[in-house]
Design a protein around this ligand. Structure first.
Ligand SMILES: C[S@@+](CC[C@H](N)C(=O)[O-])C[C@H]1O[C@@H](n2cnc3c(N)ncnc32)[C@H](O)[C@@H]1O
Length: 191
C-alpha cells in the first residue's frame, strides 16, 4: 500500500505533468513553441548557475520580502489566466520573469507591459528572445508595486504566488487577474 508521502509526491508530479502538457499545448497553439523552448532551456541553465547570494542581496536592497525575488515560471496558472483574458485588452504583466507568458498574452492582447524587477532575469530573457520580441510587448525593468500604471492598461495580471505586497490602489480601477496558492482569482475594477 502506498504511504501518504508517496501519494502526495505522486499527486504533485501528476499535477505538474498536466501543467507542463497544457503549457506546451498553449504555446504550440499560438505558434510560440520555439521561443518557449529557448527560454525553458535558458532557465534550466540559469538554475544550474545558482546565483542565489547576489539575488538575496538585491532583494534586501529593494522593498522585497520572503522569496519575492525568485523566478520560477508558474506554468500551472498559465492556461486558466490566458482563458480569462479578453481579446484586445491592454495588460500590465506584473513580475513577468523571463517574459514567456507575457509573449503568450500578447497573442491575445492589444498590448502587454511586462514589468520585472530582476535585471538579470529580464536581461537574459531579452537576449534569448532577441528580434522575436513582439512589437506589442514593452519590457520594463522596475518595481511594479511602485511605478505608475500606463494609462491604457485595463487588465493587471499578477502571477506571483510568493507575493508579500498588497495590490496598490492604482490597480483597483483595472481588472486584476491574480494567482494565489489556491488558484486563480479575478477582482473586477472599482468605479
Ligand atoms: C514566481 S515568478 C513568476 C514569473 C511569471 N509571472 C511566470 O509565472 O512565468 C515572480 C517574478 O516576480 C518578480 N518580482 C518580484 N517582485 C517584483 C516587483 N516588485 N516588481 C516586478 N517584478 C517583481 C520576481 O523577480 C520574479 O521573476
Amino acid at each position: 500500500m502506498m504511504s501518504d508521502i508517496a501519494k502526495q509526491i505522486q499527486d504533485l508530479g501528476r499535477g505538474y505533468d498536466v501543467a507542463l502538457r497544457e503549457e506546451v499545448e498553449l504555446f504550440a497553439s499560438l505558434g510560440l513553441s520555439d521561443i518557449r523552448d529557448r527560454l525553458e532551456r535558458d532557465w534550466e541553465q540559469a538554475c544550474e548557475e545558482d546565483k542565489e547570494e547576489g539575488c538575496l542581496e538585491f532583494q534586501a536592497s529593494r522593498d522585497m520580502r520572503g522569496g519575492e525575488i525568485f523566478f520560477v515560471p508558474d506554468i500551472r496558472r498559465y492556461k486558466r489566466v490566458f482563458d480569462l483574458i479578453p481579446p484586445g485588452c491592454a495588460i500590465l504583466d506584473v513580475g513577468a520573469g523571463d517574459l514567456r507568458f507575457s509573449i503568450a498574452l500578447a497573442a491575445r492582447a492589444h498590448h502587454v507591459y511586462a514589468i520585472e524587477i530582476n535585471p538579470t532575469i529580464l536581461g537574459r530573457a531579452l537576449s534569448v528572445i532577441g528580434y522575436d520580441l513582439p512589437s506589442n510587448v514593452t519590457a520594463i525593468c522596475g518595481d511594479a508595486f511602485a511605478l505608475p500604471v500606463p494609462a491604457d492598461v485595463d487588465t493587471v495580471v499578477c502571477i506571483m504566488i510568493h507575493r508579500c505586497h498588497d495590490f496598490p490602489d492604482a490597480w483597483s480601477t483595472r481588472r486584476i487577474v491574480h494567482a494565489e496558492h489556491d488558484g486563480v482569482h479575478v477582482m473586477e475594477p472599482q468605479p
